[in-house]
Design a protein around this ligand. Structure first.
Ligand code: SF4
Ligand code: FES
Length: 249
């Protein structure tokens, strides 16, 4: 017989007039290999079909099931209940717009980030359908693969002090996204052009260095290392622009 779990879930549906934020306890028996995703699914199937939470892949790939588990942002599908006490809380991620209960809208936030950070290859080369594919150096391809592993779960954003108090801060995930293009030789932007995008308090200089993002990334992306690289480049670009007499807005 497994442990009796008490899962205290945040409940609130902003679409129901008069609904009030509250915590609701659900009791269920734990079994071998149970993840929090499985437990929440059991609650929805057996106890309360109205409980809202998100999932797609159940394998730490899609990033949909991130939530605050006992106050820490984690993926429900990657969290074994045996690693938690028999009573614990689950709440929606802060920063993102609440859809209801444990479900938040990370999609709009990340879409906005993509546009603001201009997260695509900038090149003046014309695409030639007949040209042979240009092979990328293995080392560079591997270096790009690391930051590319972001699954847009939002855990680093939810754990970031700056992102919690400044809605326009692009967060370490945004800076990580820019890092991915900075090291890509196909992107022809100059450092000064990158500076225009992230050389400010909403970008690379907004981080106060508490490193809370780094601790929470389920894909173990070295966010602080990547941020430090971008910050060094942007500080140098800022100085250069100042010495060239370019007015920095
Ligand atoms: Fe999630 Fe890590 Fe991407 Fe942040 S950088 S959104 S924690 S996968
Ligand atoms: Fe896809 Fe958890 S369900 S990451």
């Amino acid at each position: 017989m497994g442990r009796q779990l008490t899962i205290s879930c945040f409940r609130y549906n902003p679409n129901i007039p008069g609904d009030k934020p509250r915590m609701q306890d659900y009791k269920l028996e734990e079994y071998e290999g149970m993840t929090l995703f499985v437990a929440l699914n059991d609650i929805r199937e057996k106890l309360d079909p109205t409980l809202m939470f998100d999932f797609v892949c159940r394998a730490a790939i899609c990033g949909s099931c991130a939530m605050l588990i006992n106050g820490r942002p984690r993926l429900a599908c990657k969290t074994m209940t045996r690693t938690l006490p028999s009573r614990f809380t689950v709440m929606p991620l802060p920063v993102f717009k609440l859809i209801g209960d444990l479900s938040v809208d990370t999609g709009t936030w990340f879409r906005d980030l993509q546009v603001r950070a201009e997260a695509w290859i900038h090149t003046n080369k014309k695409f030639d359908f007949n040209a042979l594919e240009v092979r990328m150096d293995n080392k560079i391809a591997e270096d790009i693969y690391d930051p590319e592993q972001c699954i847009e779960c939002g855990c680093c954003v939810a754990n970031c002090i700056t992102a919690n108090i400044r809605p326009d801060f692009i967060g370490s995930t945004g800076i990580n996204r820019l890092y991915r293009f900075l090291i890509d030789p196909r992107d022809e932007r100059t450092d000064a052009e990158y500076y225009e995008v992230i050389g400010n308090e909403d970008g690379t200089f907004g981080c106060v260095g508490l490193m809370a993002c780094d601790d929470m990334c389920p894909k173990e992306i070295p966010l602080q290392e990547n941020l430090a690289y971008v910050r060094r480049k942007m500080a140098a670009a800022g100085l250069k622009l100042t010495f060239q007499g370019v007015k920095i807005s």
